[in-house]
Design a binder for this molecule. Structure first.
Ligand code: UDP
Ligand code: LCN
Length: 805
């Protein structure tokens, strides 16, 4: 990048550079993000009537393209440049002399503190959090393309170790195999096999014994013969399966390769009991979705629990064991249940044999908080005691220790860390959405928003939990490292300042093999193509058509359509600011031509501010009314504030598809976006935000479309172009619809998700056991952060809650 800056200076583009810098200096804003920089450059080029080449190909144009942030200080411009994924360089450009110099991360953080008037070097330095040294001894992924494929990388790494130092590693594998038990019953190997050399001999004997038997003979019929040789249950349910497993192990001992290792580890029966931790929001199976803090995460965790149980049952059966696996979703019990089942301690997950929602109450400090729904931003003081109480209940529900703990979101991941640390269990994290990327400048101005958001607690919890996790699964690649144009959610934890609190240098190692992209699926029982008419109930279709188009109950519906036959533009989301439903209403309002073609149907939140306990939702409700009046959308919009069952929401997407409608997801940022999957599998063309997960789910103009919600007019125009083209080429709707359905079936299913998740849990379980990596020093450091940094702040928040009356 320094070459690029040098060539601006050498190629005579310095006049433009100076003029552009002057333009920026005239603005009030001292801190510009990529969108602002691009817009300012576009304006500059327009004012100067620059040709297209200049914008794209000049050295200045290219530099601007890669610049993620500009911080103006005095006469100087500080450019934060991201020439490619996971690479960041900062330069300070002295405009007076037209010279430049690199800026270190430490200097960059100081600069950001100066920008916000929180730089006081004379009062001493700030605490620096640096996790880098703890990763010095871990294997590292080299190529950014392989980030997010940590499990595969680890298998390759382990098999090469097995190749290089076979004695040591086979010893470790042998000891690992001896560990496994269920309910005190020894699995795999008994004391008749005492050494790894003996194991190797016995495998060959067992294989020759099995060679003479019918392939489908069940394990129970030869179990005693194998036991005599030193083999216990767990190798397979039939002669064929046991043979295969032993052959893989035999191959692995003789000539290790990563595929054999991965396959062998995936067959070891080591996971029977799983905890999924998801404390905040309303966690339930009915009447909860769309409430504040209650959206995709609840859907994801419930579907994942069902699918995990099924996959465990299959795996355990194939291993030849007779055992009923158990999955527990751990959440908080909310005594003031507001019409939900959140006050019940235990609830069976529908359509499962042994998956449960276990609810543990927060301890009663101030009943106003602990007895009722509480925003996810307020939850921090309650989590440690919640983890202590939950541990006791989990041990009694499982009659023992679980084999895997999966955390969800910042609060669940912190609890997963506390539980995993205490029980010595593998910890997996799922972020769903990291708030740091959702709220711009949330770290830089944390002090200003602390009263409402408590980001100092949340970001500290995130740093602790993500560094503690044995492995992390993300829904997209960009969640980890972003795109060439935007920073990844995890990447944003790499280097940042919390002015007056701490500086983070090397907050997370993105090249560490703990990261794995494992996208979720969609529940195919509820969401399926609208064309599958045999699966649809006409009476339900009729009931929901009425709800969508003619129901007039003012408690739940606002607006009646003048021309209900028009093509529906449909959206459904929680009424959070980030979901930008009001942005879509504004876009619709500003595009009368779009109104000529379509009606807008919105399912979101509640209709009255007095019914909402959430300040963001209340704000958005007000904005909705204001926009409907401002653009006089009466007769063209329907806004439904209803709680839908999954059956109903599935049918609603299909009804919109029957009318050749469109689904719009206009979020300012969407970490993943389950509604996108739901709409696509139903056969709806989707216009999805270009900020976040939809960029990876949708392939633009192939099976959906990208929209930029910050360009309101352009967004309306794109939708208008599509719908007006349909007047002449109606088959285009069908084409996109067909490809949208194919996209989901080929890449986003729960079956793919859970089989990968379980393989990963086993790989990391083995890695944790066998690697020479000593995590204890890292975990001790994380504990210090928890007790010295997190806990006092959580206590201060609790005191605030106590005083709240
Ligand atoms: N949902 C719903 N009713 C609503 C809003 C949302 O049933 O009023 C469901 C929606 O069908 C989807 C989930 O909640 O399954 C939202 O997930 P998504 O990942 O799109 O967004 P999140 O709310 O998690 O940010
Ligand atoms: C949270 C979000 O904000 C969504 O983008 C995800 O789809 C959802 O969680 C499930 O992971």
């Amino acid at each position: 990048m320094s070459n690029l800056i040098q060539s601006i200076i050498d190629n005579g583009e310095q006049v433009d550079l100076r003029a552009f810098a002057n333009k920026l200096r005239r603005q009030e804003n001292r801190y510009l993000l990529r969108n602002d920089i691009q817009t300012a450059f576009e304006e500059y080029c327009n004012q100067q009537e620059k040709p297209e080449d200049f914008r794209q190909q000049s050295a200045l144009g290219q530099l601007i393209h890669y610049t993620q942030e500009i911080i103006l200080e005095g006469e100087d411009l500080n450019l934060i440049i991201r020439p490619q994924i996971v690479t960041r360089e900062t330069f300070r450009l002295h405009m007076e002399t037209l010279t430049f110099e690199p800026v270190t991360d430490r200097e960059l953080l100081a600069l950001r503190d100066r920008l916000t008037d929180h730089y006081h070097p004379n009062e001493g330095r700030l605490l620096e959090l640096d996790f880098g040294p703890f990763y010095d001894y871990s294997p590292q992924i080299r190529d950014p393309k392989n980030i997010g494929k940590g499990g595969q990388f680890l298998s390759r790494y382990l098999s090469s170790q097995l190749f290089q130092s076979p004695q040591e590693w086979l010893e470790s594998l042998f000891n690992f195999l001896r560990l496994h038990k269920i309910d005190n019953q020894q699995l795999l190997i008994n004391e008749r096999i005492r050494t790894r050399q003996q194991l190797s001999e016995r495998i060959k004997q067992a294989l020759s014994f099995l060679g003479g038997r019918p392939a489908e003979q069940p394990f129970s019929e030869f179990k005693f013969d194998l036991q005599n040789l030193g083999f216990e249950p767990g190798w397979g349910n039939t002669v064929r399966r046991v043979q295969e497993t032993l052959e893989i192990l035999d191959h692995l001992i003789d000539s290790p390769d990563h595929q054999a290792l991965e396959e062998f580890i995936s067959r070891i029966p080591m996971i029977f009991k799983i905890v999924l931790v998801s404390p905040h929001g309303w966690f339930g199976q009915e009447n909860v979705l769309g409430r504040p803090d209650t959206g995709g995460q609840v859907v994801y965790v419930l579907d994942q629990a069902k699918s995990l149980e099924q996959q465990l049952q299959e795996d355990i059966h194939l291993a030849g064991l007779d055992y009923k696996p158990k999955v527990i979703i751990l959440t908080r019990l909310i005594p003031n249940n507001d019409g939900t089942r959140s006050n019940e301690r235990l609830e069976k997950v529908h359509a499962t044999d042994n998956a449960w929602i276990l609810r543990v109450p927060f301890r009663e400090f101030n009943p106003r908080y602990s007895q009722s729904w509480m925003s996810r931003f307020e939850i921090w003081p309650y989590l440690e005691t919640f983890a202590i109480d939950a541990e006791r209940e989990l041990l009694s529900e499982f009659l023992g220790v679980p084999d895997l703990i999966v955390g969800n979101y910042s609060d669940g991941n912190l609890v997963a860390f506390l539980l995993a640390r205490s029980l010595g269990v593998t910890q997996c994290n799922i972020a769903h959405a990291l708030e740091k990327s959702k709220y711009l400048f949330s770290n830089l101005y944390w002090q200003e928003s602390e009263d409402n958001y408590h980001f100092s607690l949340q970001f500290t919890a995130d740093l602790i939990a993500m560094n503690a996790a044995n492995f992390i699964i993300s829904s997209t690649y960009q969640e980890i490292v972003g795109t060439t144009e935007s920073t990844g959610q995890y990447e944003s934890y790499d280097c940042f300042t919390m002015p007056d609190l701490y500086h983070v240098l090397d907050g997370i190692d993105l090249f560490n093999p703990k990261f794995n992209v494992v996208p979720p699926g969609v529940n195919e029982n509820f969401y399926f193509p609208h064309t599958a008419t045999e699966r649809r109930l006409p009476s339900e279709t009729e009931r929901l058509e009425q709800l969508l188009f003619s129901e007039t109950d003012p408690l739940h519906v606002l607006g009646s359509l003048k021309e209900p036959q028009k093509r529906p533009l449909f959206t459904m989301a929680r009424l959070d600011r980030i979901k930008n439903i009001t942005g879509l209403v504004e876009c619709f309002g500003r595009c009368p031509e779009l109104q000529e073609h379509c009606n807008l149907i919105v399912i979101a939140g509640k209709l009255r501010t007095e019914d909402s306990q959430d300040y963001e939702e209340a704000d958005e409700i007000q904005k909705m009314y204001h926009l409907i009046d401002q653009y006089d959308l009466h007769g063209k919009i329907r806004w439904l504030g209803v709680r839908l069952s999954k059956d109903d929401s599935g049918e609603i997407y299909r009804i919109i598809a029957d009318r050749q409608g469109i689904f719009v997801q206009p979020a300012l940022f969407e970490a993943f976006g389950l509604t996108i999957l739901e709409a696509m599998i139903s056969g709806l063309p989707v216009f999805g935000t270009c900020f976040g997960g939809p960029l990876e789910i949708i392939q633009d103009k192939v099976n959906g479309f990208y929209i930029n919600p910050t360009h309101v007019e352009e967004m309306g125009q794109l939708m208008l172009d599509f719908v007006s083209k349909l007047d002449h080429y109606p088959e285009q709707w069908q084409e996109i619809s067909k490809r949208a359905i194919e996209r989901v079936y080929s890449s986003y299913t729960w079956k793919i998700h859970t089989s990968r998740l379980l393989r990963l849990a086993k790989t990391y379980g083995f890695w944790n056991y066998s690697s020479q990596e000593n995590r204890e020093d890292l975990l001790r450091y994380l504990e210090s952060l928890f007790y010295l940094l997190y806990k006092p702040r959580a206590k201060a928040l609790l005191d605030k809650h106590m005083q709240a009356g």
